[in-house]
Design a protein around this ligand. Structure first.
Ligand SMILES: NC(=O)c1ccc[n+]([C@@H]2O[C@H](COP(=O)([O-])OP(=O)(O)OC[C@H]3O[C@@H](n4cnc5c(N)ncnc54)[C@H](O)[C@@H]3O)[C@@H](O)[C@H]2O)c1
Length: 434
């Protein structure tokens, strides 16, 4: 099968490489010539565990190639996936679909023979039909169908998620489109991954509803954590007691500095706009977003309080910048809100992240210093803020850290450590919800 993946970002590159691993001939197309050049030269532009190997293996086997030229690849394709970005549109919270429609227009001109055009990007209900209209208008003779195949992979474990998905959702309009997609995903039948076949609209909405529900769990436990702090309860005990109920489940009940990343923030906003436009506001999701915004603000207060009520002139070592471990993605990371607020209050920040510092430099104010090692970050610091729970930060040499610092404050925004241990090492320890 010939597959074209439009957009060689986190989703396009991982999906393209995985389809190649399934045995398809895949061409990843991107308008970013630098990215394509890097990929052709064997350099992977993002950090994702295992991706390097997967891409090299499949490129060497001749099943995966990279290009900026739409003509040949699209003409030969059985399936064309659109996996471009759908960021928040400036000003109104809607998903910005300009990249999706630009990709559809570029594809239209080069279609030859029957082709299935599949939205893999997260897109609002109605987008697949609009893609169909755009292509039809640009190329009235084209023989094609559209489908929706939203992606549920998580950065940091993207390859495993793609290869062993909880489910694959296929939104289609006819049996021909379904058969093509089933054929492409056939290697997953062996592991009995559930394949859900729906209409276009249900597939599109499933992705948003799933992300909004996960964000709801996070905001819910963050609010419960706040209540725990007020009433003297331990949020870990509460979350465990809740999560062992099979109807609730243990996952996504970890309090922290608020959700971030390339999906939850923009997808919750887009769902709110979509629901509003449909005349059925989703009040729960609106509350989830509001709670998440205030959670990040609360973390600034928490750090300030821990440092004695003012951070002015204080040296703060920040461990972890990315929105979660095992990725270099800084999009909407809580650090992007929390660190500028601390700087504004007069803090001096020295930050460390195992892989995210290059991306962070592009997004954060220039006043932030970056340290190559954990030791460097914490040297002479008044306090440490553990922002992202990278494995490197889970087993810190506490004795050593304490001896390098000039203060003893440790603010653990991921609840990695236990208070008694930290106190035994002389730290003034605070965390979230206990
Ligand atoms: N990142 C995730 O974890 C994740 C998970 C599930 C779903 N999604 C969804 O997948 C989509 C892509 O997300 P991402 O994180 O991979 O984005 P990304 O920004 O990493 O990559 C998008 C790529 O598309 C390219 N592009 C833009 N317009 C193009 C065009 N007309 N032709 C060819 N290439 C074009 C860009 O240059 C970029 O390389 C989004 O809708 C996102 O919501 C992302």
């Amino acid at each position: 099968m010939n597959v074209v993946m439009i957009g060689a970002g986190y989703v396009g590159l991982v999906s393209g490489a995985c389809f190649a691993e399934f045995g398809a001939n895949v061409t990843c197309l991107d308008v970013d010539a630098e990215k394509i050049e890097a990929l052709r030269g064997g350099r992977i532009p993002i950090y994702e565990p295992g991706l390097d190997d997967l891409v090299h293996r499949n490129a060497q086997a001749g099943r995966l190639c990279f290009s900026t030229e739409f003509a040949d690849a699209v003409g030969d394709a059985d399936l064309v996936f659109i996996a471009v970005g759908t960021p928040t549109r400036r000003g109104d919270g809607h998903a910005d679909l300009k990249y999706v429609y630009a990709a559809a227009t570029q594809v239209a001109a080069h279609l030859k023979g029957y082709t299935l055009i599949v939205d893999k990007s997260t897109v609002p209900v109605g987008t697949a039909r609009e893609v169909k209209r755009v292509i039809r208008e640009a190329n009235p003779q084209a023989d094609f169908d559209v489908a929706s195949n939203p992606e549920f992979l998580r950065e940091g474990s993207a390859i495993n998620d793609f290869m062993r998905p909880d489910r694959v959702v296929l939104g289609v309009e006819n049996p021909r489109a379904e058969a093509l997609l089933r054929e492409l995903y056939r290697p997953l039948y062996r592991i009995e991954a559930p394949i859900l076949v729906t209409d276009l609209e249900s597939a599109e909405l499933t992705k948003y509803a799933a992300n909004a529900f996960l964000a709801t769990k996070i905001s819910f436990i963050n609010e419960v954590a706040l209540l725990c702090e007020q009433v003297g309860a331990d949020v870990h005990a509460v979350a465990r007691g809740m999560g062992l109920d099979g109807r609730i489940g243990k996952k996504f009940l970890h309090p922290g500095p608020g959700y971030g990343g390339s999906c939850f923030p923009k997808d919750t906003l887009a769902l709110i706009r979509m629901a509003h436009d449909a005349g059925t506001p989703l009040r729960i999701v609106e509350a989830v977003v509001a709670v998440n915004t205030s959670q990040k603000e609360r973390m600034v207060e928490k750090i300030t309080e821990a440092l004695g009520g003012s951070v002015k002139g204080k040296k703060v070592a920040v461990l972890g910048l990315t929105f979660k471990p095992e990725t270099d993605d800084m999009r909407d990371a809580p650090a992007l809100t929390i660190l500028p607020a601390l700087l504004e209050r007069g803090a001096h920040i020295r930050a460390h992240d195992p892989v995210g510092m290059d991306e962070a430099r592009k997004e954060l104010p220039a006043a932030i210093e970056y340290a190559d090692t954990i030791d460097d970050a914490v040297a002479d610091a008044d306090g440490i803020v553990l922002m992202t729970e990278w494995n490197q930060y889970r087993g810190l040499d506490l004795e050593r850290l304490k001896s390098l610092m000039r203060g003893n404050v440790f603010v653990d925004l991921r609840n990695v450590y236990e208070r008694p241990t930290m106190q035994a090492h002389g730290f003034a320890y605070s965390c979230v919800g206990r």
